[in-house]
Design a protein around this ligand. Structure first.
Ligand code: RTP
Ligand code: MG
Length: 155
């Protein structure tokens, strides 16, 4: 990991798994030049859902959010790269797919505010990426390696 690289937490939500879009999501991030550092196909428990979305505990949509995110398996991932958290958020697009630009993951595949395909750590919430990575992954589940195309073209 070079000095300006960071890791961020990303998740293909249950709707992405159900609709066969996990490969598409991995492919987009990989092709963009981000590097996969960890991945886990898993079912989120109610307890983990509450911890992960704790910031939304008091919101009216919280119960629906927990129900949706625990409704089926997800692909939890850690991606690494320069400014990775912000890069992923840009590739995701706006929270509401109706507002998300074409070419973004939510803009191309999202159905509605709940079934919006992908989660990425909030780049405006300092430390959110590391907090979420720690919540979902043990240190030994994350790996460091060089891709054949490093150093990146944009460096
Ligand atoms: P996420 O955390 O899932 O990556 O989404 P986000 O940062 O773009 O949006 P956030 O504000 O963190 O909201 C988390 C999820 O809650 C649902 N939501 N529903 N009914 C509503 O007004 C509402 N607002 C948010 C969305 O599914 C959003 O992804
Ligand atoms: Mg969020």
């Amino acid at each position: 990991m070079s000095h300006h690289d960071e890791r961020t937490f990303v998740m293909a939500k249950p709707d992405a798994v159900q609709r066969g879009l996990t490969g598409e999501i991995v492919s987009r991030l990989e092709t963009r030049g981000l590097k996969l550092a960890g991945a886990k196909f898993m079912q989120i428990s109610e307890e983990l859902a509450h911890e992960h979305y704790a910031e939304h505990e008091d919101k009216p949509f919280f119960d629906d959010l927990v129900e949706f995110i625990t409704s089926g398996p997800v692909l939890a991932m850690v991606w690494e790269g320069a400014d990775a958290t912000r890069q992923v958020r840009q590739m995701m697009g706006a929270t509401d797919p109706a507002e998300a630009a074409p070419g973004t993951i939510r803009g191309d595949f999202g159905l509605d505010l709940s079934q919006n395909i992908i989660h990425g750590s909030d780049h405006e919430d300092p430390g959110a990426n590391e907090r979420e990575i720690d919540l979902f992954f043990d240190d030994e589940e994350l790996v460091s390696y060089e891709r054949a195309d490093e150093p990146w073209v944009y460096e």
